[in-house]
Design a protein. Structure first.
Length: 438
C-alpha cells in the first residue's frame, strides 16, 4: 500500500478514537473553551502523530528480532513451466488491480470534494462582490442583497440589515463579532481541509458538526454575557429558522441544530471537578504513539515478501506466512536491521515478484522426491544498492537452498535503505517457500 494511504488510515483511526472519547465522555459539559482546545489539539495531533515514535518502548514490547518478517506472495508453476506471480491471491498479469481501482476511485472522489470546497469559496467571494459595505455602531459590515442568514467569514460580517430590527442587529453583531474576534473560521477551515481527504470517514463528519456547534455555543454565551435576555434571543433565533443559509464553510448566525443551542444556553454550568475527564486525552494519545512505534518497529519492509513456489496442479492461494524464530542478527553501527526508509527492489514489490516469476525454478528432482519447505535467506543491501553477504539461515534441502540463493544473488541493485536521510547498510530477510500440492 502506498505510504500516503497508510498515513491517511492512521490519521483517521486517531480522529475516530478521539471523537468516540468526546461522544462518550466529554460531550454534555459546559466547558466550551476547553472543548474548542480539545478539538483543535486532537486534529493537529492526529495529523502529526504518525511521524512520532518511541523506540525504547517498542523494543521492550517487541522482544523478537525484526530481521524476519513479511507477507506471502504466491508463485504458481503452470504447465508450460513459466511461473505466474500473484500477491494476496491477485494475479500480477491483470491489467488493473483492486488497489489501483480503489486508488483511482479515492482520487476521483477527492477531486470532486476539493472542487466543491473551491466552489464554496468562490460563492463567498461572489456574495462579497455583490454586498455593500456599511458601518453599524462603529462596526464595518457587508449588507446582503439576498435574504439569507447572517454569517461571518474570518473578519467579514454579512447581514441583511433591512430584515432585522435594531435590537436584532445588535444581537447579531455581538454573535458574529465573537466569531471574528476569536477566529472561529480557522477551526472551520482546518476541519474542512481534513474532510477533503477523509470524506470517507463518518467520524470526521461527526466531529466537524460538533466543532461547528461548539463555536455557536461560544458565540451564544458571549451574547448572553453582554446582558441580552436569553428568552428574547432564543425567539430571535427561532424567527431565523426558515431563512436560507450561505455555504457550509462560514459561521452562520442560525444553524439547523437550534434545539441543542437553546438547551446549552439554559444548562447549568458543569462543576470544575469534571475538568479531570479531559485528562483522558493523554493516555489515548500515548497509546496511539506507542502503537505507531510498534508498527514501525515491526514494519513489513517494502520488498520483504515471501515467495511461495507451488508445483503444477496447485490451486491453494495462501495468505500470511507465519513467522518463525530466526537466528539473531547482530545489529551494529554499520549494518542496520530497522531503518526509517527500507531498501526496495527497483520498481517495487510487483517488479520483484515478476523478477522471481521469470527466474526461479522449482528443482525437478526436489519435486519428484517430495522435498518442500521454506528456505530463509538474508543478505545485506549496501549503501550503493548492491546485495552482499547472502546467508541461508533456515535450510530445507541443498537443492532448494541453492535455487533460492541463485535467484536472489542474481537480483539487480536495490534502492538502498536510509536512516536520517543517509544511505546505510541494511540487513534484509526474504523467505522462499517451496510447496508441492496434490
Amino acid at each position: 500500500m502506498h505510504p500516503f494511504f497508510i498515513y491517511l488510515i492512521q490519521v483517521n483511526i486517531a480522529l475516530a478514537l478521539f471523537y468516540l472519547l468526546y461522544a462518550i465522555v466529554l460531550r454534555g459539559d459546559t466547558f466550551l473553551r476547553l472543548r474548542r482546545i480539545y478539538f483543535l489539539s486532537v486534529i493537529i495531533f492526529s495529523l502529526f502523530y504518525p511521524f512520532f515514535t518511541m523506540p525504547f518502548l517498542s523494543d521492550i514490547w517487541i522482544s523478537r528480532p525484526s530481521g524476519l518478517e513479511g507477507a506471502a506472495a504466491t508463485i504458481i508453476m503452470g504447465g508450460s513451466g513459466r511461473a505466474m506471480v500473484s500477491e494476496g491471491g491477485v494475479s500480477m498479469p491483470m491489467a488493473v488491480s483492486w488497489e489501483k481501482i480503489l486508488s483511482l476511485s479515492y482520487i476521483t472522489i477527492t477531486l470532486g470534494v476539493i472542487l466543491r470546497f473551491i466552489f464554496q469559496l468562490l460563492s463567498i467571494y461572489g456574495i462579497w462582490l455583490k454586498s455593500e459595505k456599511q458601518i453599524i455602531a462603529g462596526n464595518p459590515i457587508y449588507r446582503l442583497k439576498d435574504d439569507i442568514t447572517p454569517f461571518s467569514f474570518f473578519n467579514l460580517i454579512f447581514i441583511h440589515t433591512g430584515k432585522h430590527s435594531e435590537t436584532e442587529l445588535f444581537q447579531i453583531l455581538l454573535h458574529e463579532q465573537t466569531h471574528v474576534r476569536q477566529w472561529h473560521s480557522i477551526d472551520i477551515m482546518l476541519m474542512e481541509l481534513v474532510c477533503l481527504f477523509s470524506w470517507w470517514n463518518p467520524f470526521v463528519w461527526l466531529m466537524k458538526r460538533e466543532m461547528a456547534m461548539n463555536l455557536e455555543y461560544l458565540a451564544d454565551s458571549c451574547v448572553l454575557r453582554e446582558g441580552v435576555d436569553s428568552r428574547e434571543y432564543q425567539y430571535h433565533l427561532l424567527r431565523l429558522t426558515y431563512h436560507e443559509t450561505a455555504v457550509q464553510i462560514v459561521n452562520n448566525f442560525n444553524v439547523s441544530q437550534l434545539k441543542q443551542r437553546i438547551m446549552m444556553m439554559n444548562k447549568t454550568k458543569s462543576p470544575p471537578l469534571k475538568l479531570a475527564k479531559y485528562l483522558l486525552i493523554f493516555p489515548l494519545a500515548f497509546l496511539l504513539v506507542f502503537a505507531n512505534s510498534c508498527a514501525n518497529r515491526d514494519k513489513k519492509s517494502g520488498g520483504d515478501e515471501a515467495a511461495e513456489m507451488t508445483a503444477p496442479g496447485s490451486t491453494e492461494m495462501p495468505g500470511i506466512i507465519p513467522e518463525e524464530p530466526d537466528t539473531p542478527i547482530v545489529d551494529n553501527s554499520e549494518i542496520f536491521v530497522v531503518v526509517e526508509e527500507q531498501p526496495t527492489f527497483p520498481g517495487g514489490n510487483a517488479a520483484m515478484m515478476r523478477f522471481l516469476s521469470d527466474n526461479i525454478k522449482y528443482p525437478v528432482v526436489a519435486q519428484d522426491n517430495g522435498i518442500q519447505g521454506r528456505v530463509i535467506v538474508n543478505f545485506v543491501v549496501e549503501k550503493d544498492g548492491r546485495l552482499s553477504d547472502f546467508n541461508v539461515v533456515r535450510s530445507i534441502d541443498p537443492l532448494l537452498d541453492a535455487e533460492a540463493l541463485r535467484v536472489l544473488e542474481s537480483m539487480p541493485n536495490w534502492t538502498p535503505g536510509k536512516q536520517r536521510g543517509e544511505a546505510v547498510r541494511v540487513r534484509f530477510t526474504l523467505p522462499v517457500v517451496f510447496k508441492i500440492q496434490s
